[in-house]
Design a protein around this ligand. Structure first.
Ligand code: PLP
Length: 363
């Protein structure tokens, strides 16, 4: 079906087209000077000491988990309400993912949910900064430090989100952002790792570059693979980075317009703000007991919708024996619907979406 208003669209134009010409002219396409320039922009944005790229956010999380050097049986606690890649990245790196529930109002995991699930094999926590706001990190960091646990922050949806002025992704040991096409800025596919820990950074540096500090040698002191990106992606990333202030302002305006237009309509409920966090809407998420019917009304009007994540603890290949129910993640998955916030949704279209929803509820 073709939609009048799609869920995802890209903020790419002549700037990205112009940006990819210099690496082509220079005949340098693999990770090189433009990747270093993009790395510096991300270091400035996040304040992180070390920045690395990965081919996508999922492989970024995989690389982060590998850098923690899990031993057999080590468990990592992950909110059930997240994208599949959070869990599979940890799994393939050698962790056993153990799922915890999230807060019904912020949709984010909090320290008490992690704390209740800590067991003798727990080695790490993975807070996920969901729908563009940052988890309440201070209690999570205190918990992890007190119990000797590592933290990988899944900040895939949270580039440029801050908590009390500090970038999401920089509270734990490693943070990972995604540059996939539906993210705040995109390189098509892409991932970013940030860490302030020199020893972890060194491990990431080696693992992502075939186990050696530099290319050009065939002696590989460490185990490693290839997680490099191309300078074509970095060129697009730099062009996108230049648009970040405009994209943030646009998304904030859309968030406010949706919030105002939908307040008090039907049984709609919205994501509650986490104190101290900025919100960079990844989508505009809403909850309603009439999720299916509302989605049908929107789709009939040519507006593409997207549901929420299906819980990790119910995924066919991740489900564990004697898995307790995680009711909040299950309910979010049943009741959640995402509305588009990309730059090509015009004010008129957004009002059209709001109007369609209001009519659905007879408001
Ligand atoms: C919470 C979360 N984690 C991880 C990922 C994986 O990122 P990527 O699509 O770049 O592999 C995503 C992507 O949608 C995500 O939303």
């Amino acid at each position: 079906m073709s939609y009048r208003i799609t869920q995802v669209d890209l903020a790419v134009d002549a700037a990205e087209k112009a940006a990819i010409m210099p690496p082509l002219d220079a005949r340098w396409l693999t990770e090189g000077p433009l990747a270093r320039a993009f790395q510096e922009k991300i270091a400035t944005l996040t304040g992180a000491r070390h920045v690395f790229f990965a081919p996508n956010g999922t492989l970024g999380l995989f690389l982060a988990a590998l850098a923690l050097e899990p031993r057999p049986g080590d468990e990592i606690l992950i909110p059930s309400f997240t994208f599949y890649g959070s869990a599979t990245a940890a799994h393939y790196a050698g962790f056993k993912p153990v799922f915890v529930d999230v807060d019904p109002e912020t949709f984010a995991v909090a320290a008490d949910q992690f704390e209740a699930a800590i067991g003798p094999a727990t080695r790490a926590l993975m807070p996920v900064h969901i729908y563009g706001q940052c988890c309440d990190m201070a209690p999570i960091v205190d918990l992890a430090r007190g119990r000797g646990l590592a933290i990988i922050e899944d900040a895939a949806q949270a580039l440029s989100v801050t908590l009390d002025g500090k970038s999401a992704g920089t509270f734990g040991d490693i943070g990972v952002f995604s540059l996939f096409s539906d993210k705040t800025i995109t390189t098509g596919e892409g991932g970013i790792l940030v860490t302030d820990d020199d020893a972890i950074a060194e491990r990431i540096r080696l693992i992502r570059n075939q186990g050696r500090p530099n290319s050009g040698t065939f002696v590989h002191p460490s185990l490693g693979m290839n997680f490099r990106i191309t300078d074509l992606q970095a060129a697009i990333g730099l062009a996108q980075f230049g648009k970040l202030p405009a994209i943030l302002a646009d998304r904030e305006r859309k968030r406010v317009r949706y919030s105002d237009g939908l307040a008090g309509v039907g049984d709609l409920r919205f994501m509650k703000r986490i104190r101290g966090s900025t919100i960079v809407p990844f989508r505009f998420p809403i909850l309603t007991a009439q999720r299916e019917a509302l989605a049908n009304s929107l789709e009939a009007a040519g507006i593409q919708t997207r549901g929420f994540f299906y819980p990790m603890h119910l995924q066919p290949k991740l489900r564990q024996e004697n898995q307790p129910s995680l009711p909040v993640s299950e309910r979010l998955s049943r009741e959640g619907l995402c509305l588009p916030v990309h730059v090509h949704v015009t004010d008129g279209q957004l009002d059209d979406i709001v109007g369609t929803i209001r009519r659905h509820f007879g408001a």
